[in-house]
Design a binder for this molecule. Structure first.
Ligand code: BTN
Length: 316
């Protein structure tokens, strides 16, 4: 941590429960108020909750709530403070022989990745950024696409049931609450045409962020469980229970296919019946999302009435 940021944090801690004026900080440190504000923003990005009121200054509300590593022990969960991307680290542990259902979780990702090469904003200690390694025995790449839908159905089910929050799934990988993005899934595969070596299911969920924790460009389109409910969530307990539910679900998927997840997915989906535009391998397909097949493909009827069955792509 830079020296000024360190001092600001110490002063905020000394004044816990009270506001500390920006002017005082600025003259104590001999730097401008704009520079103070910049450090406060960085503290927020590091998971500190600091409120700011223009006439009063800054108050430290909460220190970063790091995952409880003792609770994670013994559950094949590989914990990191900071990684480039948990999907990348999961590939490394996969190559070293880590077992089926191992998880890589990090407090922050420096280059979190979304689908189609987008960035995934993954600041420290207030979301869940993790990747699960899957080593299916009998699955071929051609039948692997529903893995993302299985994960989406499991997550939406859990967040609805446990917290009574209306999390929805948008085909194939978006997790939305009240139309805003609360999470996403990035599934990657290593193998050959007829054989999967392993799959990496990368999951990002916005948990305890406040609106101001998101960069301006994301504030209108992203949300978190905290923003939607006003509650703060124990990320360790949530991760452990999601891990167990996902492992059970993938076991079932590997033996019985997508059928057991068909109804749960449909129950939470916001895609079917909508006009959609599918972006796929550089082309666009416009039409209506008619139905999901029993093996997890989306049927889109184009404007001429032709029905296309698609396994991959992005709805834009
Ligand atoms: C998307 O909606 O575009 C997918 C977002 C997936 C983000 C997660 S966070 C954990 C894992 N590591 C990454 O770099 N990406 C996924």
């Amino acid at each position: 941590m830079s020296k000024s940021k360190d001092i600001i944090l110490t002063r905020l801690r000394e004044n816990r429960g009270r506001f500390l004026s920006g002017n005082i900080l600025s003259s104590e440190l001999g730097i401008s108020r704009a520079a103070i504000w910049k450090h406060i923003r960085e503290l927020r990005l590091n998971g500190y909750q600091v409120s700011a009121i223009s006439s009063q200054g800054y108050r430290l509300e909460r220190e970063p709530d790091l995952l409880n590593t003792e609770k994670l022990e013994g559950s094949s969960i590989y914990y990191y403070q900071s990684v480039e991307s948990t999907n990348m680290t999961a590939r490394l542990i996969a190559e070293e022989g880590a077992p089926n259902y191992s998880i890589v979780v990090a407090e922050e990702q420096k280059s979190g990745r979304g689908r189609l090469g987008r960035d995934w904003f993954s600041p420290r200690a207030n979301g869940l950024w993790f990747s699960m390694l899957l080593r299916p025995q009998m699955l071929t790449p051609a039948r692997a696409a529903p893995v993302t839908l299985v994960a989406a159905a499991v997550l939406a089910n859990q967040i609805n049931d446990q917290f009574n929050l209306p999390m929805k799934v948008k085909w194939p990988n978006d997790l939305l609450i009240r139309g805003r993005k609360a999470g996403g899934i990035l599934t990657e595969l290593k193998g050959e045409l007829d054989r999967i070596d392993y799959l990496i299911v990368g999951i990002g969920m916005n948990i305890n962020q406040q609106e101001l924790d998101f960069p301006k460009g994301l504030r209108k389109i992203a949300t978190s469980l905290h923003i939607e409910s006003g509650d703060l969530f124990n990320r360790t307990d949530l991760l452990l229970s999601i891990r167990n539910k996902l492992a059970r679900a993938f076991n079932l998927f590997f033996t019985e296919g997508f059928v057991p997840f068909y109804m749960p997915w449909k129950k939470h989906n916001v895609t079917l019946g909508q006009k959609v535009t599918l972006s796929w391998q550089g082309g666009l397909l416009q039409g209506k999302a008619l139905q999901l097949t029993k093996d997890g493909a989306l049927q889109i009827q184009d404007n001429r009435g032709t029905i296309h069955t698609v396994n991959y792509g992005e709805l834009i």
